[in-house]
Design a protein around this ligand. Structure first.
Ligand code: PEP
Ligand code: MN
Length: 371
């Protein structure tokens, strides 16, 4: 009974519209899944994603089948929007469509032997800014291993702002790093600055680092991707998160999904710190992507006094790991002397951080948008 005011009939029609909305959405989603399969086939064969002739044919067929009440122009417009959304997915425009996006596959856990980044326990990556000599790197490696560090870092090819500054020991430095890591039982990380030295760095170390200055060096990314090693990709200091993820996509597209994203500070007007650590990037990258996210507090701060606070904050923000520069005698370090921690300071910090490493924060829920 609708009491004669049409209420009952109106409710019925609204109910029917709700059902139709749900059915249209179901079909759109099914269409989207088919489009994704077409994209995969086209990507494999190198075919163009946009096929104007095919799109015209589909629109003409739809208009020919139009029974009203919508005018042909409206039918064209509605389907053109559906096609636009499909093409955006096919061309992977928009970070949501990337291979590295959350939801495009399982969460990535980067593995080196029995070490995992993105697993249950956040990791520590520590070591000197640059490998300087055998004794320095061995001293650090053994001390760090005893403090629960998993990864030993050390630059052998250094990207220095001044061409007159220490440029690293090259292959000799890589050999020292890899021997020290092997002796101490630590996995090793070192930076690759150039396509010509990818192979030699990959021969010595477990994880290839692409530095901030090279995040957008796409030829380097392609070369690093196929070297058969996990990649630690640092955020360009002037890169948006979207640009950062697009850079990671170069690695994934070349077949390497063993990628760790590293937030290392961005350039702002602030001068008390070398860069500004963008902590919001941590939960955002974990929400946007399926890659593990680590924080390099040392290069962000450019000073050692605030590293304990930034380190705690990184783990509280959900980082899967923390990178810190550690040197046996920071005061005489050949690079980044002001920001490297000495061994006792690092030991105290590692102990303080231990409770924060017992549990990995779950990724923030996807798609929540602004609160
Ligand atoms: C480094 O980690 O050694 C380094 C040079 O860092 P970034 O690329 O972040 O400046
Ligand atoms: Mn450094």
């Amino acid at each position: 009974m609708d009491g004669g005011d049409g209420r009952g009939e109106l409710d019925g029609l609204r109910g029917r519209l709700d059902e139709i909305n749900a059915a249209v959405l179901r079909l759109l989603c099914e269409r989207g899944r088919i489009v994704a399969r077409v994209r995969d086939l086209k990507e494999r064969s190198g075919a163009e994603m946009f096929n104007p002739a095919r799109e015209r044919e589909m629109l003409d067929a739809l208009v020919a089948a139009n029974e009203g009440p919508f005018p042909d122009a409206v039918v064209r417009h509605l389907f053109k929007e559906v096609f636009r959304a499909s093409l955006a997915m096919m061309e992977r425009s928009g970070v949501e469509a990337l291979r590295v996006a959350r939801g495009s596959g399982p969460e990535v856990v980067v593995r080196v032997g029995d070490r995992a980044i993105g697993g249950e326990r956040p990791v520590l990556i520590a070591g000197p800014c640059a490998v300087e000599d055998e004794e320095q790197v061995r001293t650090v490696a053994h001390a760090l291993a005893a403090m629960g560090v998993e990864f030993l870092r050390g630059g052998a090819f250094k990207p220095r702002t001044s061409p007159y500054a220490f440029q690293g020991l090259g292959e000799e430095g890589l050999r020292m790093l890899s021997e020290a890591g092997r002796e101490a039982g630590l996995a090793t990380v070192s930076e690759v600055v150039d396509t010509r030295t990818v192979e030699v760095v990959a021969r010595y170390v477990d994880v290839l680092q692409v530095g901030s200055r090279n995040m957008a060096n796409y030829e380097l990314l392609k070369a690093v991707a196929v070297a058969g090693k996990p990649v630690l990709l640092k955020r360009g200091f002037a890169a948006t998160l979207d640009e950062f993820l697009q850079a990671a996509e170069y690695l994934a597209l070349a077949g390497n999904e063993q990628i760790v994203l590293c937030e290392r500070g961005i350039r702002t007007f602030e001068r008390e710190t070398r860069y500004t650590l963008d902590l919001a990037a941590v939960p955002l990258l974990r929400r946007m992507s399926r890659l593990p996210v680590v924080v390099d507090a040392s290069h962000a701060a450019g000073r050692r006094d605030i590293l304990p606070a930034l380190s705690r904050a990184a783990f509280a923000a959900g980082a899967d790991g923390l990178m810190l520069e550690v040197h046996p005698r920071p005061e005489v370090a050949r690079s980044d002397s002001q920001q490297q921690l000495d061994l006792p300071s690092f030991a105290a910090l590692a102990t303080e951080l231990e409770p924060l490493r017992c549990r990995r924060y779950p990724a923030p829920c996807a798609g929540g948008g602004a609160p």
